[in-house]
Structures are given as C-alpha cells and as structure tokens.
Write a protein that binds this ligand. Structure first.
Ligand SMILES: Nc1ncnc2c1ncn2[C@@H]1O[C@H](COP(=O)(O)OP(=O)(O)OP(=O)(O)O)[C@@H](O)[C@H]1O
Length: 284
C-alpha cells in the first residue's frame, strides 16, 4: 500500500460547498425485454442538505443504483421531481463527480493523465491541470506514482487515483456507488478513512450507495433505508456521531456507533429478508 494521504484541513482549496438535493415522489419504470413496464422505485422522497453525507442502504435490487442515476441526470424519472438547489434536474446535473465499484480510469493514460483529465476537459490549460493533479496525488499519498499506468497499481492505489480524479473538480455533489465494494477488508477501512478525511475538507454533498451497514454508519450523517423492490424510503436516520470521525477501524468499537448500527439494522433486516424470500420463491 502507498502511504497515507498527508493533506491537512488548511490545505483544502476554496470549497464551493455542497448542493441541496431533493427527491419528491420519484418513481422509475423500465420496460423489460418483453415490453412490459417494470417499476424499479416507487414514490421515493428524501432530501440531502448541502454538504451532508447521505448513505443509502437496502436489499439487493431495491433500486439504489437507479436512484443514484436519477440524481445524476443520466436517467429521467417516470413520475415525481428531483431538484438540485431548487432547480429541477434536466440532463446531466452540474457539478457532479462519480465513483463506482469499477475504477473508471483510462488504462492507456498515466496516473497523472487520469487525474488531470477533468480539469483539461473543463478547459484548464494542460500545465495548470497537471500541477493541480500533482497536488491531488500528493493529497491521496501517491506522489512518485505520476508516471505509472493503472494496471501497475494495487486496488487501493487505483481507488486513490479514482478519488483524486473525482475530487479534483471540487464537485458540489459526489455520487458514489459501492466505491469500495471490491476491496479487501483492511484496504476498504483505510480507503473509508481517507475518503472521510478528504470529504471533511471539501464538504460536497454525498450520496453513497452501499450494502455494508457498518460503512454507512461510519461515514454518513444520514442513512436512508430503502424497502425491498420496488424501492421506496422506509426510514431516514440521522447519525449524530461526532466529527471528525477519525479512523473507521476504531469507530466500530464505539458504543454510540454500535447503538446506531443496531437501530438501523432492525429496520433493514425485514427488507433484506423480504427480498431474499421473494428471490427464493421465484427460483423455486
Ligand atoms: N436500464 C434498466 N432496464 C431495465 N431494468 C432495470 C434497468 N436498470 C435497473 N433495472 C432493474 O431495476 C431494479 C433495481 O435495480 P438497481 O440496480 O437500481 O438496484 P440496486 O438496489 O442498486 O441493486 P444491487 O444492490 O443489487 O446493486 C432491478 O430489478 C433491475 O434489474
């Protein structure tokens, strides 16, 4: 593993601040291959205040990723409205960065080229973009790896590159779909701590999809629990653990953390069991 990121709060560049996200009665229907309408999410309503970290949990197939792509503007709702800072989302939402489970890195570009790509596409000169990219690589602990290509890095290092590439544009909204889902347990915990340290400096509004309730509670200010499909919002919990949260590994033994985790699990468990029973019945 590369060294830990060495940025401090004072090094954060002028953050633009996060945007307010509102979903109001959002339903999304898809057509299945036979041409029948299939409801993926139904009447989803929740909001995320500017600069808050919102995790969305729910059983497999309940529509978490669909919800995220609606916020991004990549998909349009069938019913209901999504607004960002009070303006309805039409087309790709401004000021959004993404991080997915698969690293969206270009294999033919160097680490520096991957991180500098966002500013270059935003019209910054190459020199300036590369200088900013070098700074971000330092902040994620990857100084010295600028000329490597993605295949020459470990999984955790690739995540750091993806994180630098997502944050270099100082997004107002960061949409994350199980970004650490494929990592081993130790690397995942390290990446969670690094993410939360960088987020605490920049404070974009985050919507973070995960299957891992511990991860949701450790990182988020708010955890939205979705019902089994078609997904709607079952409950939204505030997580009042103090910030800065510090190392995620240590947090998991905290009494308050365990209390919140248990409370949310008691709500989530019914939905996970319902989804499992439905899948088992369908395949019987
Ligand atoms: N483009 C699409 N066309 C048709 N059906 C879709 C499409 N996208 C998603 N679905 C369906 O909508 C439902 C919700 O999918 P989605 O990926 O949003 O769930 P999820 O909660 O993110 O799942 P998982 O936890 O397994 O990643 C699923 O039944 C899926 O097959």
């Amino acid at each position: 593993m590369a060294s830990k990121p060495n940025a401090t709060a004072g090094e954060a560049s002028a953050a633009l601040g996060g945007a307010r996200i509102e979903l109001d009665g959002v339903t999304k229907r898809f057509l299945d291959p036979a041409g029948h309408a299939f409801t993926a999410i139904k009447d989803v309503t929740f909001g995320v205040e500017p600069g808050r970290f919102c995790a969305v949990v729910g059983p497999t197939g309940c529509g978490k990723s669909t919800t995220l792509s609606l916020v991004s503007g990549l998909e349009k709702p069938s019913d209901g409205t999504i607004t960002v800072d009070g303006r309805p989302v039409h087309g790709l939402t401004d000021g959004v960065s993404f991080m997915f489970q698969a690293d969206a890195l270009l294999p033919w570009k160097t680490v520096l080229g991957n991180v500098a790509l966002g500013p270059v596409l935003n019209g910054r000169g190459r020199r300036q973009a590369e200088a900013t990219a070098r700074d971000w690589l330092r902040r994620v602990g990857l100084s010295g790896f600028e000329d490597h290509h993605p295949h020459q890095l470990s999984g955790g290092m690739r995540k750091r590159v993806a994180m630098a590439a997502a944050l270099i544009n100082e997004p107002r909204i960061l949409l994350m779909d199980e970004p650490f889902g494929a990592l081993d347990v130790q690397t995942k915990a390290i990446m969670q701590t690094e993410l939360i340290t960088l987020w605490e400096q920049l404070r974009p509004t985050v919507v973070f999809i995960t299957h891992d309730l511990d991860e949701a509670v450790a990182l988020a200010d708010q955890v939205v629990v979705m019902t089994s499909g078609p997904g709607s919002v079952k409950t939204s919990y505030d997580v009042d653990l103090p910030r800065p949260r510090g190392a995620v590994q240590d947090l998991r033994f905290d009494r308050q953390f365990l209390d919140v985790q248990q409370q949310i699990w008691s709500s989530l468990r019914d939905e996970v069991e319902a989804a499992y029973a439905r899948t088992a019945a369908a395949s019987a």
